[in-house]
Design a protein around this ligand. Structure first.
Ligand SMILES: [Zn+2]
Length: 219
C-alpha cells in the first residue's frame, strides 16, 4: 500500500479510537487548554517517536523534534536557532512542565554526520542547514576525538550520541528560565537514550555518572 494511503488509514484508526464510543480522552482535552507535565526533546528520526515509545496519550507530552535532539546553548542577543528556545520558554514559563527529557538514540544519522566532519566550517558548508545545525554538538565530538581517537568509527558515533544528550542537558541550564525553575526544584532534567536494535531505554544517573537501564528488562 502507498505510504500516504497507509497514513490515511492510520488517521481513520485514530478517529475510531479517540472519537468513537470510548472518546473520553478526546472529550477531556477538547475545549481545555493543554496542560502537559512533561516536555520531550527528541530526534526527528522516524523510529523514535516519544509518544509511541512511552505509550503516552493526548495531552501528555509537549514535544520538540529536531535532527540529533539538540538544545543549542542560550546566546544572549544573538539567537540563531529560535525554534527550540521558543518551545522551551513556553513549556517552562507558561505550561510549567515538571520534567524535560532530552532523548537521544542509537544509529543517529545526525550524529554520524557530525562525526564524519560535516560540521567543519569551510566554504562548502556555509549555507548547509544540516552542517550549521549539527555543529551545535561539536563539544561532544571534540570530547570523543580527544578521549578515544583510535576506537572504531561506529563506537565513536555511539559515544558521541550518548555525550550529545549530556551536552544538550548542559545547554538547557544556560537558559535563565530553565536555570531558575531547576534551582527552585520545580523542574527535573533527564537524559534518555533509546537503543533501537534492542528496544532498551537508558537514563543517565548523575550520582553514578553513567547511563543505566530505565527499567529492568522483562524475563
Ligand atoms: Zn537521530
Amino acid at each position: 500500500m502507498d505510504a500516504y494511503d497507509l497514513l490515511i488509514d492510520g488517521y481513520r484508526a485514530f478517529r475510531k479510537r479517540y472519537l468513537g464510543d470510548a472518546a473520553e480522552d478526546w472529550r477531556h482535552w477538547a475545549g481545555k487548554p493543554q496542560a502537559p507535565r512533561i516536555m520531550v526533546i527528541g530526534c526527528s528520526d522516524s523510529r523514535v517517536n516519544p509518544a509511541i515509545l512511552t505509550h503516552a496519550g493526548l495531552g501528555d507530552l509537549f514535544v520538540v523534534n529536531n535532527i540529533a535532539n539538540i538544545v543549542p546553548a542560550f546566546a544572549e542577543g544573538r539567537h540563531t536557532h529560535r525554534s527550540v528556545g521558543a518551545a522551551l520558554q513556553y513549556a517552562v514559563t507558561v505550561l510549567k512542565v515538571e520534567h524535560v527529557i532530552v532523548m537521544g538514540h542509537s544509529s543517529c544519522g545526525g550524529v554520524r554526520a557530525l562525526m564524519s566532519g560535516i560540521g567543519d566550517i569551510d566554504e562548502a558548508t556555509q549555507d548547509d542547514y544540516v552542517a550549521g545545525w549539527i555543529r551545535e554538538l561539536e563539544p561532544a565530538r571534540a570530547a570523543v576525538l580527544a578521549d578515544m581517537p583510535d576506537v572504531p568509527f561506529e563506537e565513536q558515533c555511539q559515544v558521541c550520541e550518548l555525550e550529545g544528550v549530556l551536552v544538550s542537558i548542559g545547554n538547557l541550564l544556560t537558559y535563565p528560565f530553565v536555570r531558575a525553575a531547576f534551582d527552585e526544584g520545580r523542574l527535573s532534567l533527564h537524559a534518555w537514550y533509546f537503543m533501537i536494535e534492542s528496544g532498551d531505554m537508558l537514563s543517565y544517573d548523575y550520582e553514578k555518572g553513567e547511563y543505566c537501564r530505565l527499567i529492568r528488562p522483562l524475563g
